[in-house]
Design a protein around this ligand. Structure first.
Ligand SMILES: Nc1ncnc2c1ncn2[C@@H]1O[C@H](COP(=O)(O)OP(=O)(O)OP(=O)(O)O)[C@@H](O)[C@H]1O
Ligand SMILES: [Mg+2]
Length: 235
């Protein structure tokens, strides 16, 4: 199976060369655990290899993504400017839409936030790699059943188009949807900040919970975030 680099030094070797090409990976994690930086690392690497990419950002402005990516040594501004990278403005659209409705005296803002399948139409035909960060906002008013129906079709759509996709989801949305997303995707990585009982210190770690067609170790991998990005620590 062909692989696409995760953009994180040392991670590709652990997962037989990278993320499985044309499949979907789910990144789960608590707030501030490093989900976005994991996703940006993948997209930056893809762009640097000439793969047309897209970021669908539901919680951040494009400008903030450009700043964050540069601060962790994975700058994407050049690709954003030359068209290799598209950043969708779902976040702005959501906010403007909510304001318009409010001005009209309508409080009901569910529609735009529950159309997961509609995201497929936003992705241009020649795109190879996609990051959706954070899909959790689409699940706020959804039952686990509604979510499953849409999510399965969404993953199928991504796969049929041979897109290599990274979907970020916060832990609370994962719990709210009974972690259904984990079953449909090809791989799951969970990021967390945990206490190390031996040192008494808090530390970052990722766990590869599943990666179909790939031999994985279930041991957590400790990591740091610096101006050079995500750096995995030796055991
Ligand atoms: N340049 C940097 N150097 C060192 N650490 C950084 C740098 N930039 C960000 N970080 C660390 O990365 C953390 C955030 O990572 P990231 O945004 O990927 O997390 P997240 O899981 O996406 O969070 P959220 O829940 O807000 O979406 C910050 O809290 C900060 O500690
Ligand atoms: Mg984030």
């Amino acid at each position: 199976m062909e692989r696409i680099s995760s953009g994180i030094e040392g991670l590709d070797e652990i997962i037989e060369g990278g993320y499985p090409r044309g499949r979907t990976l789910l990144i789960l994690g608590t707030s501030g655990s490093g989900k976005t930086i994991l996703g940006i690392s993948f997209i930056q690497q893809a762009c640097s290899h000439g793969r047309k990419s897209m970021i669908i950002a539901t919680e951040e402005l494009p400008g903030d993504i450009l700043i964050q990516s540069a601060s962790v040594g994975k700058p994407v501004e050049e690709y954003y400017k030359n068209g290799m990278l598209l950043i969708d403005k779902v976040y702005e659209e959501r906010s403007i839409y909510a304001k318009d409705l409010k001005d009209l005296g309508i409080e009901y803002i569910d529609k735009l936030q529950t159309n997961i399948l509609g995201l497929l139409d936003k992705i241009p035909a020649e795109t190879e790699c996609v990051l959706i960060d954070n899909l959790g906002v689409f699940t706020l008013n959804m039952s686990p059943n509604e979510f499953r129906g849409q999510f399965d079709s969404f993953i199928l759509g991504l796969t049929q188009r041979n897109l290599t996709a990274v979907i970020v989801m916060d832990v609370s949305s994962g719990n709210h949807t009974e972690n259904i997303a984990s079953y449909s995707v090809y791989g799951v990585i969970r990021a967390a900040i945990k206490d190390n009982p031996f040192t008494g210190k808090r530390e970052r770690q990722i766990e590869i919970l599943k990666m179909r067609n790939t031999k994985i170790s279930l041991d957590p991998i400790r990591f740091d975030i610096s101006s050079k990005g995500i750096e995995l620590m030796k055991k």
